[in-house]
Design a protein around this ligand. Structure first.
Ligand code: FES
Ligand code: FES
Length: 160
């Protein structure tokens, strides 16, 4: 198969990549770059395990063809922390025991980040809506919503 060249920014680093046009963004992140924090679940846009941010917006990496990365800015879970310092959402997920097996966690974190970047004071409904594309097979939704709420607005009480 012929390859094509794309230039892209991933986790604030510039890349020029030779890729097959039928690869997905998920393939490139995991197989070419070793960024395995982005999870491979359903591969049909249903589970949200592969959620990353493209230009600050949530996308399912399994549904983005690699050529669509060209000129775009991608953020994955690997770059949420600043060196040794966890992102406040990561701290809150730990504090609220919102991580069980962890498979959904990278996607949840990035969906929550998009929400808080756009709306620092969301309601509980806003939070639930923002993570509605991310399935948690461990069903720990209450703790996840609490963790996001804790970062957003400590006054928000979550209906259990
Ligand atoms: S792996 Fe992409 S949505 Fe499930
Ligand atoms: S923590 Fe296991 S899938 Fe959500």
């Amino acid at each position: 198969m012929n390859t094509i060249t794309v230039t892209t920014t991933i986790n604030r680093r510039n890349y020029t990549l030779n890729i097959s046009p039928n690869q997905t963004l998920l393939d490139v992140l995991r197989e070419e770059l070793g960024l395995s924090g982005t999870k491979r679940g359903c591969e049909i846009g249903e589970c949200g395990a592969c959620t990353v941010l493209m230009n600050g917006k949530v996308v399912n990496a399994c549904l983005v063809l690699a050529p669509q990365m060209d000129g775009q800015e991608i953020l994955t879970v690997e770059r949420l922390a600043e060196g040794e310092r966890l992102h406040p959402l990561q701290e809150a997920f730990l504090e609220h025991e919102a991580v069980h097996c962890g498979f959904c966690t990278p996607g949840m974190l990035l969906s929550a980040k998009e929400l808080l970047d756009e709306n620092p004071n969301p309601t509980e409904t806003d939070i639930r809506l923002a993570i509605s594309g991310n399935l948690c097979r461990c069903t720990g939704y209450v703790q996840i919503v609490e963790a996001v709420a804790a970062v957003a607005n400590s006054q928000l009480t979550i209906d259990r």
